[in-house]
Design a binder for this molecule. Structure first.
Ligand code: 13P
Length: 289
């Protein structure tokens, strides 16, 4: 079994969840990694198509591999939301630890078809890349908003059903599944995101038979997230809260010193603030609040 899947399954057995945090640059990577090391928990660094194009696909692999080797540490690289087989193939060939084929906006049959193709290619390539798929649309963008993304499956009637999850896993052979259970990508400017459907998570986990991943981890209450982990979530994605912390810290640095031009000076606080968000989340995911 691949290392990343092993850690997610171990987390499930302990009643905790592995944290998955997105980066756009090396500063965010350090903010996340420093804190994961402090708590000695495995961690997944995620890069969406846009994020990895910004850093460089092969450069992402080199960065995370260098951390893993230098610190002998369980840190993994995930190709977050990937919308085509071609781009999943690209990251399998580049050596990513996992990849998400996101066919949530396709029909069930089309989603099955593209996911199956990715799973087959990953296996043919040697099995070093775990494949996750997404069912149920939960929005696309890690940003702040005043209203929930249109069409997001957050109500009881719209979320993923256990039967869909079972059928999807059976027909694709996917390693991990991200169902729609109430979260959305991004977060409300004010207040919390909608409540999670905890009972549904329990039933979906049982029916799916593979680890479940909760996307859209920003903006949900700590209590909801804790309950979701207890109900069977093995990994949780967080991006927006990290982006907001990063930006605010840089704004503050410029307010404090309008003349500073050295990035390693004005981004120092941003690394720490990313770490602060990650620390709060890891405490919730690991039940050490
Ligand atoms: P948030 O931006 O809501 O934290 O979601 C992140 C995510 O799920 C990335 O895959």
């Amino acid at each position: 079994m691949s290392e990343i899947l092993k850690h997610v399954k171990e987390a499930e057995e302990k009643g905790v969840a592995v944290g998955h945090f997105n980066i756009s640059n090396i500063e965010m990577m350090w903010g996340i990694f420093n804190v994961a090391r402090k708590y000695e928990v495995p961690v997944v660094i995620g890069v969406s198509e846009g994020e990895r194009d910004f850093i460089g696909v092969e450069q992402c692999v080199a960065l995370i591999r260098s951390l893993r080797e230098k610190y002998d540490y369980p840190v993994f690289l995930n190709a977050d939301h990937t919308y085509s087989f071609e781009r999943v193939k690209e990251v399998i060939d580049a050596g990513f630890d996992s990849a998400i084929i996101d066919g949530a906006q396709l029909s069930f049959e089309e989603n099955v078809e593209v996911t199956r193709k990715c799973v087959e290619y990953a296996r043919e390539a040697g099995g070093h890349t775990v494949i996750e798929a997404e069912i149920g649309y939960i929005g696309k963008s890690s940003q702040l908003f005043d209203e929930l993304p249109e069409g997001a499956a957050v109500t009881e009637e719209m979320i993923t059903t256990p039967e869909e999850a079972r059928k999807f896993v059976e027909e694709t052979g996917v390693d991990m599944l991200a169902p729609a259970v109430g979260t959305v990508h991004g977060m409300m400017r004010k207040g919390f995101n909608p409540k999670l459907h905890i009972d549904a998570i329990r039933r979906i986990r049982e029916a799916a038979g593979v680890p479940l991943v909760l996307h859209g981890g920003s903006g949900s209450s700590d209590g909801d997230v804790r309950d979701a982990v207890e109900a069977g979530i093995g990994m949780i994605h967080v991006s927006t809260e990290i982006r907001v912390a990063f930006r605010k810290a840089i704004e503050k640095a410029f307010e404090e010193d309008g003349e500073v031009v050295a990035p390693y000076k004005y981004m120092k606080g941003a690394v720490e603030e990313v770490g602060r968000v990650v620390e709060e989340k890891l405490k919730v995911f690991n039940n050490t609040l």
